[in-house]
Design a protein around this ligand. Structure first.
Ligand code: PLP
Length: 407
């Protein structure tokens, strides 16, 4: 009799966005004429930057000619893209990252989910609360937790993020081995200062721990001095893996391209205490289980680093940040407090009531979909996340409808 992986049965009933979709579908069925405005899921709405589109067309045409056709590419990504990333995102900002420390992939979601495969099963893991649910769920699937009791999995160390600590957790008092950090944060929109990140890097070095730094929203940072990469912190090359994605930087959610940085200085230890290179291990894993991103898509991603691409991506993120500014303004006017939206496309609102209750109120009375904070962890209870990924017209209409309901 074939047996299943029973760790899956520990997962909370369903994925947050599936729960939301179910309620929205039920509302739409009951109100077929009502236009719903989705201010919840973090998917982009604006088209690809022209520089990316042009590169995509050109590379697609190359695939149609014998002389320029390409089959399998390097699993780690083409050198043209790895070079452009190393120079454009790291070396130009003083971070000593080489092109061969970059692993191109089709998704940061997959990378942050898959990376834990190269670590032992009995490690101690610290995860922020609230945070992108993929970090927790993939560790549950791998059997690194016990049961879920009161919205907390046994065996995980939760790093509480709240108004008191400005949504940036300090290192825990007990030692942990693997630490997930996400800045700018999904869902709170919070960012960490260099001094705060240094505390984490120092902690990781002292404890021989590894930081998994998810910088999917780096392109939205506007406050001068806020680090865009963990490698801006001295010593981070020895203790940190960084995840980046073109999804939000360049509107690639439907195009698919991302990358993970694994410095060659990173080490993990076997049971005898001998050190091993995580770069070598991930290279082995990546080349065994992944077959590369398609050539035209990598050319489109390369175009992000051209002067025109840089300017267009900046305009794209500026557009969403203006939406965020409008949302912040409207929410504050309604007497609610919120954070985020200044260096991130998310606004985290204190609703002063149950977050699913607030979700249902906005859906049923305003036809507006938000994301209940409780879906991101116990500390998200009482909050909702609004996303700035939308057309200007939708944002304006949604804010008018919400104001009419909450006034
Ligand atoms: N990391 C964070 C924090 C995210 O919020 C998301 C997407 O919403 C991702 C990663 C996924 O990125 P990708 O589209 O590259 O899979």
């Amino acid at each position: 009799m074939i047996r299943l992986n029973e760790n899956y049965s520990k997962l909370k009933a369903s994925y947050l966005f599936a729960d939301i979709a179910k309620r929205v579908a039920a509302f739409q069925q009951a109100n077929p004429d009502r236009k719903i405005i989705r201010m919840g899921i973090g998917d982009v709405t604006e088209p690809l930057p022209a520089a990316c589109l042009e590169a995509l067309h050109k590379a697609t045409d190359e695939m149609g000619r014998r002389e320029t056709f390409r089959g399998y590419g390097p699993e780690q990504g083409y050198a043209f893209l790895r070079d452009a990333i190393a120079k454009g995102d790291f070396q130009s900002r003083g971070c000593a990252i080489d092109a061969d420390e970059i692993f191109v992939s089709d998704s940061s979601k997959c990378d942050v989910g898959n990376i834990q495969e190269i670590f032992a099963n009995d490690i101690r893991i610290a995860i922020p609360d609230p945070v992108y649910p993929v970090y927790v769920d993939t560790n549950v699937m791998a059997g690194r937790t016990g049961a879920n009791l009161n919205d907390r999995y046994e065996g995980l160390v939760y790093l509480e993020c709240n108004e008191a600590n400005g949504y940036v957790p300090a290192p825990p008092s007990q030692p942990v081995d693997l630490i997930y950090l996400c800045f700018p944060n999904n869902p709170t929109g919070g960012v960490a200062t260099a001094a705060q990140l240094k505390q984490w890097v120092d902690y990781a070095r002292a404890n021989k721990a590894i930081i998994l730094f998810d910088a999917a929203y780096e392109a939205f940072i506007r406050t001068p001095g806020v680090p865009r990469s963990i490698y801006e912190i001295e010593g981070a090359r020895e203790v940190a893996i960084e995840f980046r994605s073109f999804s939000k930087t360049a509107g690639f959610t439907g195009t698919r391209c991302a990358f993970t940085v694994i410095p060659k200085d990173l080490k993990a230890y076997d049971s005898a205490g001998a050190a091993h290179s995580l770069h070598a291990l991930w290279n082995r894993r990546h080349s065994t289980k992944f077959n590369g991103v398609s050539y035209p898509i990598q050319r489109a991603a390369e175009a992000v680093y051209s002067p025109a691409g840089q300017q267009q991506c900046r305009a794209l993120t500026d557009f969403y940040l203006e939406n965020a500014r409008l949302i912040r303004g409207a929410v504050t006017k309604l007497g609610l407090t919120c954070v985020g939206g200044e260096n991130a496309p998310y606004i985290w609102i204190n609703t002063r009531r149950d977050s699913w209750e607030f979700f249902d109120l906005l859906l049923n009375k305003a036809g507006v979909v938000c994301t209940p904070g409780a879906g991101f962890g116990r500390c998200g209870q009482g909050y909702v996340r609004l996303s700035a990924f939308n057309s200007r017209a939708n944002v304006q209409e949604a804010l008018e409808r919400v104001a009419a309901v909450l006034k």
